[in-house]
Write a new protein. Sequence first.
Length: 108
Amino acid sequence: MEPNSFTPFDNMTQTRELQMLKTAIPYMKGDQKKQFAILIKYMELQNTIQVFNQEDKVLSMCSVSEDENSTLAMLNDLRKFCTDKELETLDMLTNMISMMETYETIFA
């Protein structure tokens, strides 16, 4: 699993300032942690709403090449967020999909 990996969605809704606030949370006292965490999530929600109000950004975030097998592409994109055990499962799924595609090609 790669540390600090962001998805395209995260890159559009996260800011450097939010990351700084998140970094400060462990150093706060009891109730402050909860209040800051809620404030940060509220700010993230505001950013998300703002992104979805800008249609061109949403379209670029959601675009995937139509030439690619979107399931395999998605599984490959998920790899950077996975533990070793989850990677094994993704590898198994990827192999299974590849075998099914080969089967369909041969017998179609």
